[in-house]
Write a protein that binds this ligand. Structure first.
Ligand code: CMP
Length: 144
């Protein structure tokens, strides 16, 4: 079924110039871009985004990494985009990511893994609502 997911290029992805390739991969697969912005995320937003990891040993390093520079926040729409998007990203630990996936092509450590993608329908809804206002999302369909 058609659904939406939240995908974010992390600061290392932006700094390494991989934004265009990530956009291209989702477009090429056939997904529809409905939200896109570049921002340096305030601490409060990152605390909400990563609330499930609060207290873990990587929590503070994670927040300072994601807050260290601009990220590109995106919402993609299409058939099974949540699970297929996760496959396109590759495993969270790049050492376990298959070549051909984004992390498998660009990353080697979990602490600098280039991209984020929602891992469930519930997470996708929560993350989209957190990062985007309703009027920042475009409802459009192919008409040509
Ligand atoms: P992401 O899938 O965006 O969501 C949680 C993030 O926490 C994950 O990507 C990694 O960037 C980070 N993370 C998860 N586990 C670890 C870990 N063991 N060490 C460092 N960072 C981690």
């Amino acid at each position: 079924n058609s659904e939406r997911t939240f995908i974010m290029v992390k600061p290392d992805g932006v700094q390494r110039g991989i934004v265009g390739d990530i956009l291209r991969r989702f477009e090429q697969r056939g997904y529809k871009l409905v939200g896109l912005k570049l921002l340096q995320a305030p601490r409060a937003l990152l605390e909400s985004h990563y609330e499930e990891h609060k207290g873990k040993k990587f929590y503070e390093p994670l927040l300072s990494y994601i807050g260290s520079g601009p990220v590109v926040a995106m919402v993609w729409e299409g058939l099974n985009v949540i699970s297929v998007g996760r496959k396109m990203l590759g495993a969270t630990d790049p050492a376990k990511s298959e070549p051909g996936t984004i992390r498998g092509d660009y990353a080697i450590v979990t602490g600098r893994n280039i991209v984020h993608g929602s891992d469930s329908e519930k997470a996708a809804q929560r993350e989209i609502d957190l990062w985007f206002r309703a009027e920042e999302l475009a409802n459009w369909s192919l008409t040509v």
